[in-house]
Design a protein around this ligand. Structure first.
Ligand SMILES: Cc1ncc(COP(=O)(O)O)c(C=O)c1O
Length: 358
């Protein structure tokens, strides 16, 4: 099958060297070689997350660790701050697990403001709060730096952040922000195949999990931590070693690019796509909250997004239609992972050409 370059918000392009690392021969998952691998990858991820907290891995996509996070962090009640589909997922996960929770959903296209967070936390009703950093359905990115001072005022709250669509592309200073659990997936800004997720896990989150009786099994974050501590960086079940080999290499590639350069590249790609979107169409989200890893564009010209994608496909390129109820009303261009400015220029040029926008 000829490959279409992915401008969809995950999975993203995977470098051939990283794909090759996926085919490294397997090792014993209880061997010291495996322990060394997980320990090495942990140290590299800690640097990228600006944290000294342990890193939990899961051989699942990010939704799995989201499930573990809200379930293991709520002993009283959780408040879910949602700005779209993936924010709503936290709430659905809570409901599916019998975790008491409430949801505040912002008007789509808008971010969560610190006063809203303050309003809920000050009630004293909650001991866990979830927030989406980059919301892939609406292209909204919440401002973590504005939220951090509010969370700092409420030390009983375990703060869980969904950074699935941003970690590895946008700087998230986990420890300075005071994030207790930051969850991400492999297939977005990290530029790996889907199937692995990871989370940072604070001492506060650990203490809370100890108070929660029913933490589930596969996504019991305490059990993941226990295996790291007691079994020297191992995983309770059988890890996707292929992903760990690939992540090990990809973290070296990221270090070689330089994390600041990586963040700047994402920033430059976001600016270019948003400039183009405003000139040729319009941004769907409030510009002040426009995500720096995926741009959601309002279909002001009434084009058929499906037809556009078919034409792009002939040029071996693909973007995303709007998500769910936003299908055809919007379309999305992801600028994450290993994509370069030249790729973005290629895509925007192709759209201009197909739609005769020049
Ligand atoms: C913002 C956000 N959160 C959560 C998820 C779920 O992640 P996964 O598909 O890795 O389970 C996604 C997936 O697209 C996402 O974009």
């Amino acid at each position: 099958m000829p490959h279409k370059k992915l401008f969809i918000p995950g999975p993203t392009e995977v470098h051939p060297d990283v794909l090759a690392a996926m085919s490294t021969p397997m090792i014993g998952h209880r061997s010291s070689d495996y322990s060394e691998l997980q320990k090495r990858v942990t140290e590299k991820v800690q640097k990228l997350a600006f944290t000294s907290n342990p890193i939990l891995f899961s051989a699942s996509s990010g939704s799995g660790l989201m499930e573990g996070a809200i379930r293991c962090s709520t002993s009283k009640r959780a408040i879910v701050f949602s700005v779209g589909t993936f924010g709503n997922r936290w709430y659905e996960i809570a409901q599916g697990n019998g975790v008491p929770a409430d949801k505040h959903e912002a008007e789509w296209g808008h971010g969560i403001t610190p006063d809203v967070v303050e309003k809920y936390l000050s009630t004293g009703t909650y001991d866990c709060a979830t927030l989406t950093h980059g919301e892939t359905s609406t292209g909204v990115m919440n401002h973590l730096e504005e939220m951090a001072p509010v969370f700092r005022k409420y030390p009983d709250i375990v703060w869980c952040v969904d950074a699935v669509s941003t970690f590895g592309g946008i700087k998230i200073d986990v420890d300075s922000l005071g994030i207790d659990i930051m969850v991400t997936s492999s297939q977005k800004c990290l530029g790996l195949p889907p199937g692995l997720s990871l989370a940072t896990f604070s001492a506060k989150a650990e203490k809370r999990a100890q108070e929660v009786k029913n933490r589930g099994y596969y996504f019991d974050l305490l059990q993941l931590l226990q295996f790291i501590r007691e079994k020297n960086f191992q995983y309770p079940s059988t890890m996707s070693e292929s992903h760990m080999f690939a992540l090990d290499l990809q973290m070296d590639r990221i270090a070689k690019e330089g994390v600041d350069n990586r963040f700047k590249r994402h920033e430059a790609m976001a600016s270019a796509v948003q400039r183009w979107a405003k000139e040729k169409f319009a941004l769907y989200p409030d510009e002040a909250y426009a995500s720096r890893t995926v741009t959601c564009i309002k279909n002001t010209r009434g084009i058929s997004v499906g037809d556009l994608n078919k034409e792009l496909g002939k040029r071996f390129l693909t973007l995303s239609n709007g998500y769910g109820k936003l299908k055809e009303q919007t379309f999305r261009i992801a600028h994450m992972g290993d994509l370069q400015m030249s790729d973005i220029n290629e895509l925007l040029g192709a759209i201009d050409d197909i739609l005769k926008l020049k």
